[in-house]
Design a protein around this ligand. Structure first.
Ligand SMILES: [Zn+2]
Length: 261
């Protein structure tokens, strides 16, 4: 009875007689057939042959050395491959290229549908965290780390973490988000227009005779008395109340300013 030769043995002989491509042809025939053996055969990386070679259970069918599985090609690589077939192939290869594209498109759609998780800014958790007893948001920042936003009594703290450590932190005070009208700025004398000052003097200033008549003071000796509650605005020659409950805050600020001048 004739002893059946193992495929590795057969291929070894083909390789020695006809070379590498003949081994590929032989392996391709098996891969295209219904042979049960084809599940054990695959093109893999053979370092000895320095190329992708047909292998039987990770043994190169050409040289007999151990092979390693080819890395799974990325979709972009497959697309490029398909495009190459479409652009430069014969009619059969073109059809194959279009077929590949169709499958790749379908896979992309399926992947997007079932794995919709974006790499960046996927919110991992948001809201009240019972463990830390605070409001917080955890957002992933791709492969590199994550961003935490924590609510504090005063505002927010934004922490950026790398894979291991805190990289940067920033605090934002809630008060700063909508600052109230700045009091200092509101009463800054530089913000009093000339018109506003004149209007103020017109409204609140009185000449000596007017104010003395009103208060019943003697014009000749009234200065010291008037000085108690009024100041003399030299430029307009008018007396102006130092303080008045009738003043608005802004008017008081104008009075304070003119008093200094
Ligand atoms: Zn080899």
């Amino acid at each position: 009875m004739k002893k059946l030769k193992h495929i590795t043995e057969v291929c070894r002989e083909i390789y020695e007689k006809e070379g590498f491509s003949a081994v590929c042809d032989y392996a391709n025939k098996i891969l295209e057939s219904d042979s049960l053996m084809k599940s054990d055969i695959a093109y893999e990386c053979c370092k000895a042959c320095n190329t992708d070679a047909p292998a039987w259970r990770h043994v190169c069918l050409a040289c007999g050395q151990e092979t390693t599985p080819l890395p799974l090609p990325l979709p972009e690589q497959l697309r490029a491959e398909a495009q190459e077939l479409i652009d430069g192939g014969n009619s059969h290869e073109k059809r194959e290229g279009y077929g590949m594209m169709k499958v790749l498109d379908a896979l992309t759609t399926i992947t997007a549908k079932f794995c919709p998780e974006p790499i960046y800014f996927h919110v991992i958790a948001a809201g009240w965290n019972g463990d830390t007893q605070r409001q917080e948001v955890e957002v992933n920042a791709g492969d590199n780390g994550k961003i935490m936003i924590v609510k504090t009594d005063e505002g927010f703290v934004i922490d950026v973490y790398g894979q291991n450590d805190l990289v940067d932190t920033m605090a934002v005070w809630e008060d700063d988000m909508n600052p109230a009208d700045d009091e200092d700025e509101k009463f800054d004398p530089n913000n009093f227009s000339l018109v506003e000052k004149e209007d103020f003097i017109d409204e609140w200033g009185q000449y000596t005779d007017e104010v003395c008549a009103e208060l019943g003071y003697d014009e000749e000796t009234s200065d010291d008395l008037l000085m108690v509650d009024y100041f003399f605005h030299a430029e307009s020659k008018k007396w102006i109340p130092k303080c008045s409950s009738l003043y608005t805050e802004r008017e008081q600020a104008i009075a304070d300013y003119l008093k200094l001048g």
